[in-house]
Design a binder for this molecule. Structure first.
Ligand code: AMP
Ligand code: GLY
Length: 423
């Protein structure tokens, strides 16, 4: 089996790391990958937004399975492109259709889906440039804080939470009239604020049935105590202590089942991962968002817990035989601490030499923004490395990761030292 993984983050390095030991793997490719994936797979320097280049690669490398990591190629229709091309139609694909990817690609589409299929979520209304006044009037009828969501993809930056009515009105106008967030913000979902603790749930769908994967909690803010700017993710923990059996059963019954049934009923042609962002409000689960891919940094603590042959799981997913998989999960706790460049998520420098990667440590170190330059590994992005450790409890796992981080250095290295503070 020849496999191509699209993406360049620690999530994709985790996929590679998990697949590389499979007995059924022949060749493993990543496009574009990073300095970590380069060690265990062949990196292909191709533009992942150019579907024709991807087609050429799929053919020339004789790829049997394509795994699409990030959301943008999915939202842009890469899965449909491969499935509808006669020359590619034998290739198995992990990733939903363009229509299915609207669950992430349009906040309005996903809210409408939740309402239609009775999936608990915050109340909402959607506005566009023709209904600005109605939007401003609506804001005045709901209690603060105000949640404004750009309809289209905005790399996690399209959600604004405003404390007072005047700033909410100003921002809604900025989005609808003044082009803040560009085209993604030309439609805005205004929704009720939910107060609670968040959890990331993951489901694998084969078009007919589904498998619930382990859950995780991620930490999005740059600063300790969940303060400061949003980032791509500063760390994660799995399993999540507050998600006990009773709460997980509620999630399954009230959220996962109606979501999967809705996907099938609406013929969304969904084969791949579904990430359900959940918030626990007074012991009840509500959906904050759907993502049509695995989470990053959650994947880095979920995949190590899966004991099955992951490549076999991917094949069975793509061939609609997920019901033959008996998921085996490691019950130990895993923690991931993300090392980021100084200045991130605002401007930061690249090209800083990373030392200590070859030392002995008790962690798995997965790469994100790294590249090889003159035989040295240097930083090449905001999020640089994910440092994952396991133990009987997440606190001890975190301690192991922090010990590993002490050994790895680059100029300006930053990481959060308080992960799990809220658990
Ligand atoms: P999203 O991109 O929809 O996941 O939103 C980004 C973040 O904004 C979430 O992870 C939440 O922390 C927060 N958020 C989104 N919607 C709400 C809501 N209705 N109530 C409270 N917080 C929210
Ligand atoms: N961890 C959040 C995300 O992957 O979007």
């Amino acid at each position: 089996m020849n496999v191509l993984i699209i993406g360049s983050g620690a999530r994709e390095h985790a996929f590679c790391w998990k697949i590389k030991d499979s007995k059924i793997l022949k060749n493993l490719y990543v496009a574009p990958g990073n300095a970590g994936t380069e060690k265990i797979a062949e990196n292909l320097e191709i533009s992942t937004s150019n579907f024709l280049t991807i087609k050429k690669t799929l053919i020339s490398k004789n790829i049997n399975l394509l795994i699409i990591g990030p959301e943008i190629p999915l939202i842009d229709g890469l899965t449909d492109f491969v499935k509808n091309d006669l020359a590619l139609k034998e290739i198995l694909v992990i990733g939903p259709s363009k229509l299915g990817s609207m669950l992430e690609g349009s906040k309005d589409f996903s809210k409408e889906f939740m309402l239609k299929h009775k999936v608990p979520t915050a109340p909402y209304k959607t506005f566009d440039s023709s209904s600005v006044k109605a939007g401003l009037d609506y804001l005045a009828t709901i209690p603060p804080p105000y949640v404004l969501k750009a309809d289209g993809p905005a790399a996690g930056k399209g959600v604004l939470i405003l404390k007072d009515l005047s700033s909410a009105k100003e921002e809604l106008t900025n989005m609808l009239v003044n082009n803040k967030f560009g085209e993604s913000g030309h439609k805005v979902v205004v929704e009720g604020f939910l107060e609670g603790i968040e959890l990331s749930c993951f489901v694998l769908l084969d078009g007919k049935s589904y498998l619930t994967l382990p859950n995780a909690k991620d930490y999005k803010r740059i600063g300790e105590g969940d303060r400061g700017l949003n980032t791509g993710g500063m760390g994660s923990i799995s399993p999540v202590p507050f998600a006990d059996q009773e709460f997980l059963s509620k999630i399954d019954k009230k959220i996962i089942k109606p979501t999967v049934e809705g996907i099938i009923k609406d013929k969304l042609d969904y084969v791949g991962f579904l990430f359900i962002g959940i918030i626990k409000v007074k012991n009840e689960p509500f959906v904050i968002e759907y993502n049509v891919r695995m989470g990053d940094p959650e994947t880095q603590v979920i995949l190590p817990r899966i004991k099955n042959d992951f490549l076999e799981m991917m094949i069975k997913t793509a061939t609609g035989e997920l019901d033959t998989i008996n998921l085996e999960v490691d019950q130990m706790s895993y923690a991931n601490v993300v090392m980021v460049s100084g200045g991130y998520p605002e401007s930061y420098e690249k090209g800083k030499k990373i030392t200590g990667l070859n030392q002995k440590y008790e962690s798995i170190v997965l790469h994100a923004g790294t590249k090889k330059e003159n035989n040295k590994i240097v930083t090449n992005g905001g999020r640089v490395l994910s440092v994952i450790s396991k133990s009987n409890d997440f606190k001890t796992a975190l301690k192991k990761s922090y010990k590993t981080i002490d050994l790895i250095n680059f100029e300006g290295k930053q990481f959060r030292k308080d992960l799990g503070f809220d658990l």
